[in-house]
Design a binder for this molecule. Structure first.
Ligand SMILES: *[C@@H]1O[C@H](CO)[C@@H](O)[C@H](O)[C@H]1NC(C)=O
Ligand SMILES: *[C@@H]1O[C@H](CO)[C@@H](O)[C@H](O)[C@H]1NC(C)=O
Ligand SMILES: *[C@@H]1O[C@H](CO)[C@@H](O)[C@H](O)[C@H]1NC(C)=O
Ligand SMILES: *[C@@H]1O[C@H](CO)[C@@H](O)[C@H](O)[C@H]1NC(C)=O
Length: 290
């Protein structure tokens, strides 16, 4: 309980910090079907059609920090489509933090699926409904990753916290730098109503729009391998002895507002939690107890 409380305080720090706005093309580059990506002023549109989806990736990799992006999801019939915003390292033992927006037929709600992979293993899905229509306006989606916890936020409202409980033997991502990825793709074999509803290509192209990219994270130089030792020294090295704001000690007072928000989201909008899925696992993941 004590540990969780501290982690939570630590996480609250993030909401006091204004992230740094950045120039999109300095941070990102297309990594899939650039011809399906259109920029209109500050807005970037990703199109999915019967030929291809598309996506882009950060030029750098990061270890700890915060990433925000504003998204307006595919309007109308989005069944079968997935819009994804995630961070991931490379290789079979990769770490990954996911936001996946699962499309639906017109008038039916999107689901937001979040997942966390550590050392190649995921199976940590949660699914939420939203308290607004994500297709009519831009809303902000944030990933926060510190030594203490991982936090998923929507419009600054925390929807999920994964606390670092390494001392209880629960794996936590902290040694592998991650890139930032955004993509739109077809997944009609599973995404909408369990895969029963297929993508209706006569409604293509399916377009999600993105703006206001903000990255305030510890950037890793791609050239140097020695910056990623398999030790706790990573972040210290990366920050050159400076303690980053996301790892500062807890604040003096608990922000009850945010704590209530998280409780409210869990009560009203959490529709699936792997930790409650006793049919799925022979043995429940360790982080699910307590
Ligand atoms: C973003 O950076 C690119 C490359 O440095 C530059 O060409 C472009 O003008 C910049 N855009 C804005 C809006 O600052
Ligand atoms: C893809 O969609 C276009 C436009 O609707 C259509 O003309 C074309 O035949 C389709 N191609 C395939 C392979 O389905
Ligand atoms: C990651 O997984 C591999 C097996 O896939 C295992 O050998 C290794 O010890 C794991 N690393 C950690 C830090 O748990
Ligand atoms: C789509 O709408 C149906 C009916 O409201 C709902 O059961 C389902 O959870 C929604 N989302 C997805 C991704 O299927």
């Amino acid at each position: 309980m004590e540990v969780e409380f501290k982690m939570f305080l630590l996480c609250l720090m993030t909401l006091l910090k204004l992230a740094i706005s950045a120039n999109f093309s300095e941070l990102f580059q297309p990594n899939w079907a650039p011809d399906h990506i259109v920029s209109e002023g500050d807005i970037l549109k990703l199109k999915l059609d019967n030929i291809s989806g598309c996506g882009f990736a950060s030029r750098s990799k990061y270890i700890f920090g915060r990433v925000d992006v504003q998204i307006k999801l595919v309007e109308g019939d989005s069944a079968g489509t997935v819009t994804a915003f995630y961070m991931s390292s490379e290789g079979p033992n990769h770490d990954e933090l996911d936001f996946e927006f699962l499309g639906n037929v017109s008038g039916e709600p999107y689901l937001v699926q979040t997942n966390i992979y550590v050392n190649g293993t995921g199976y940590r899905e949660q699914r939420h409904t939203l308290w607004f229509d994500p297709t009519t306006d831009f809303h902000s989606y944030s990933l926060l990753w510190s030594h203490g916890c991982i936090m998923f936020l929507i419009d600054r409202v925390p929807i999920r916290i994964f606390a670092n409980k390494e001392e209880d033997g629960i794996p936590y991502p902290k040694t592998q730098a991650m890139g930032i990825y955004i993509s739109v793709w077809n997944a009609d074999d599973w995404v909408t109503q369990g895969g029963r509803v297929k993508t209706n290509w006569s409604h293509a192209p399916f377009v999600s729009a993105f703006q206001s990219f903000e990255v305030d994270a510890c950037e890793i130089s791609q050239e140097s391998d020695e910056i990623l030792p398999k030790s706790d020294g990573v972040a210290r090295k990366c920050s050159k002895g400076v303690e980053h704001w996301w790892d500062k000690p807890a604040m003096n007072s608990l922000n009850m507002h945010l704590s209530h928000q998280l409780k409210w989201v869990r009560a009203k909008h959490l529709v699936y939690d792997y930790c409650k899925d006793t049919l799925r696992f022979n043995e429940m993941p360790r982080e699910c107890s307590g």
